[in-house]
Design a binder for this molecule. Structure first.
Ligand code: NDP
Length: 322
C-alpha cells in the first residue's frame, strides 16, 4: 500500500511517499481501508518534532473508511462497517490498523469524507465550546483564525449556542467565510490591532472567553481583552509556542483563568468518545454544522498540503484522498 512516511524530522520535504505492506490486525485492532484522511496542524508538530514520535512513522491522526479485517477479541466492529477515528498515528495511508475501541461508527447521513473532516476539528470545537468554557447565550467569544479548520466549526457552534463571535482572520476571503459561519464582527489582525478593536467592539467591557490557537503572536494581547474573571483558552500554537509568563499577570489583568486543553483528555473514555463524536455527527446530519472541505489532495501531494496549511493559504478542512 502507499503511505506517507517521515524518516527524519523536518520540513514538508521530510514526508516521503513509500510502499509498505498492508497492516495485519493484532489483538483488539481493526484494519481500515481509508476513504479520506484528515490533515491537521498537529501533523506539522509531529513532522517537525514539536510533538514526539520516533521515525520512521506514518503521519496522520485522523481518518475514515471501511473495516477490512479485525483481530482476535474484536467484537465492537465488523468487516464492512463504516468507521472513523482520531488520535492514532498513521492515517496518511491506504490502510491503517487502529485499536477497535478508538473507532466510532459513521451514521447514515454523514459521508466518509465528512467523518474524516469532523473527527479531530469537530470534536475539538465541541469540547472547547461545550466543556472547556461552556458558552452561554448572550456571551461574547473572541475566536482567532476563525476561517481555519477548527475556527469555522467553533464559530458555527458558538453562534448556534447564541453567543456573539468576534473573529480574527488575515484576508477578505477568510472574513467572508467567518461571517458566513456566524461571526458578528471580524477583525483583520494582521492589519489592525485586535486588542484595540476588541475593546472598541465590546464598549470596553471585554470578552468572556478567548479561544486562541495562534499562540505566540496573539496570547499576551488576548489577556488584555478579557473581562475580569474571563477565560483564556490557549489550544494551539500555529504561529509558534507561547513563551513562559509570570502568573501574577493573571491577577493584575483581572483574576483571569488560563487553560491549555487537548482533545485527548476530552475523549479519553469510550463513553465520552462516542457521545462527543455522536453529537458532532448529529449536528452534521441535521445541517447545523457545515463542513468546508475544498482542499483535497492525493497522498502524493501531501507535501503541498502541508505547505498550503503552514502558508495560511487554506480555509476549513484539508483532506488526503488515498
Ligand atoms: P488552521 O486551519 O486553523 O490553520 C492555521 C491558521 O492559523 C491559518 O490558516 C492562519 O489563519 C492562522 N495563523 C496565524 N498565524 C499563523 C502563522 N504564523 N502560521 C500559520 N498559520 C497562522 O489549522 P487547524 O484547524 O488544523 O488547527 C488550528 C490550531 O488548533 C492549531 O494550532 C492546532 O494545533 C490547534 N488544535 C488544537 C487542538 C487541541 O485539542 N488542543 C485540537 C485541534 C487543533 P489566518 O490566515 O486567518 O491568520
Amino acid at each position: 500500500m502507499k503511505a506517507i512516511q517521515v524518516k527524519q524530522l523536518g520540513g514538508p520535504e521530510a514526508m516521503e511517499l513509500v510502499e509498505l505492506p498492508v497492516p495485519q490486525p493484532k489483538a483488539n485492532e481493526a484494519v481500515v481501508k481509508l476513504a479520506a484522511s484528515g490533515v491537521n496542524f498537529v501533523d506539522v508538530y509531529f513532522r517537525e518534532g514539536r510533538y514526539k514520535a520516533t521515525p520512521p512513522f506514518v503521519l496522520g491522526q485522523e481518518g475514515a473508511g471501511v473495516v477490512t479485517a479485525v483481530g482476535p477479541d474484536v467484537n465492537s466492529v465488523n468487516v464492512g462497517d463504516r468507521v472513523a477515528w482520531t488520535g492514532v498515528q498513521g492515517s496518511y495511508a491506504e490502510y491503517a490498523a487502529i485499536p477497535a475501541d478508538r473507532l466510532v461508527p459513521i451514521p447514515k447521513g454523514v459521508s466518509d469524507e465528512q467523518a474524516a473532516a469532523a473527527m479531530l476539528q469537530g470534536m475539538t470545537a465541541h469540547y472547547l465550546s461545550h466543556d472547556t468554557y461552556p458558552l452561554k447565550q448572550g456571551e461574547t467569544a473572541l475566536i482567532h483564525a476563525a476561517a481555519g479548520g477548527v475556527g469555522l466549526l467553533l464559530t458555527q457552534m458558538a453562534h448556534n449556542i447564541g453567543a456573539r463571535v468576534i473573529a480574527t482572520v488575515s484576508t477578505e476571503e477568510k472574513a467572508e467565510l467567518a461571517r458566513g459561519a456566524g461571526a458578528h464582527d471580524v477583525i483583520f489582525y494582521t492589519k489592525s490591532d485586535f486588542e484595540t478593536e476588541t475593546k472598541r467592539l465590546t464598549g470596553g467591557k471585554g470578552v468572556d472567553v478567548v479561544y486562541d490557537s495562534v499562540g505566540k503572536t496573539t496570547f499576551e494581547k488576548g489577556l488584555n481583552v478579557l473581562r475580569p474573571r474571563g477565560m483564556m483558552v490557549l489550544f494551539g500554537g500555529s504561529s509558534g509556542a507561547v513563551p513562559p509568563f509570570d502568573l501574577i499577570l493573571l491577577s493584575q489583568k483581572g483574576s483571569l483563568y488560563v487553560t491549555r486543553p487537548s482533545l485527548v483528555h476530552y475523549i479519553s473514555t469510550r463513553e465520552e468518545l462516542l457521545a462527543r463524536s455522536g453529537a458532532v455527527f448529529g449536528m452534521i446530519a441535521a445541517g447545523k454544522l457545515k463542513l468546508r472541505s475544498q482542499h483535497k489532495y492525493s497522498l502524493a501531494e501531501a507535501q503541498r498540503a502541508h505547505r498550503d496549511l503552514e502558508g495560511r493559504k487554506t480555509t476549513g478542512k484539508l483532506l488526503l484522498i488515498p
